[in-house]
Design a binder for this molecule. Structure first.
Ligand code: GTP
Ligand code: MG
Length: 201
């Protein structure tokens, strides 16, 4: 089990070329605006304000690198499918996200966040398909589990994974979390720890 000893903000930017060059493994968070990416990073690192959060969608507009234990990064990304700011900004954000995902060789695993209350939606499915086509390693985190009771949450996760199974023979690993109740933390950190260790072997 990892304990988070240090979590430091390093840099925010819009260009992959300007991301840190120290070649440490990184774990990035992606998903629709407002799904809880930044809140999850704060929860995992025991910080209330490391990543900026907001109840209004479209808070994170840059690629943000946070160095953990001086050994690996958590990366907060802008949300996708956020329409309110207009087509041009949406197009810019899409370019930032896509170039980061496709060009960043240090990207070790992408966590795709899904609001546990949502039925499978086309833009998430399209995005996951696109990851598969490009061979990007990813897993799924269902967020805001505190918003549903246990049985409803379980059914919702099952429905989602069943829908993915219609397209994918092998399902990605998945986690259930709540930043509010601080659940899912050990499982997610454990998963990261295992990957970090396997890369050192
Ligand atoms: P963008 O940066 O805009 O793409 O959003 P984001 O995905 O980073 O979401 P953010 O972490 O800013 O959270 C959005 C809203 O959801 C905030 O009001 C959070 O307090 C709330 N939220 C996030 N995680 C949880 C959770 O686990 N439970 C509950 N109840 N609310 C949450
Ligand atoms: Mg955010």
């Amino acid at each position: 089990m990892i304990t988070i000893q240090t979590a430091e903000f390093v840099i925010s930017n819009t260009q992959v070329e300007k991301c840190p060059q120290d070649n440490l493994p990184e774990y990035a968070f992606i998903g629709r605006s407002n799904v809880g990416k930044s809140s999850l990073i704060n929860m995992l690192t025991n910080h209330s304000k490391l990543a900026m959060t907001s109840s209004t969608p479209g808070k994170t507009l840059l690629i943000n690198h946070f160095l953990i234990n001086k050994q690996w990064y958590l990366v907060d990304l802008p949300g996708y499918g956020y329409a309110l700011r207009g087509k041009k900004i949406q197009e810019q954000l899409k370019n930032i996200i896509e170039s980061y995902i496709l060009q960043r060789e240090q990207l070790t695993n992408l966590f795709v966040l899904i609001d546990i209350r949502h039925e499978p939606q086309k833009n998430d499915m399209d995005f996951i398909r696109w990851l598969g086509e490009h061979g990007i390693p990813f897993s799924i985190i269902f967020t805001k589990a505190d918003k549903l009771n246990f049985a409803t949450a379980r059914d919702s996760v099952k429905k989602y994974m069943d829908t993915l199974h219609e397209e994918w023979e092998e399902l990605p690993p998945y986690f259930v979390s709540s930043a509010e109740k601080k659940t899912g933390k050990d499982e997610i950190l454990d998963y990261i720890d295992k990957i970090n260790k396997s890369m050192k072997e």
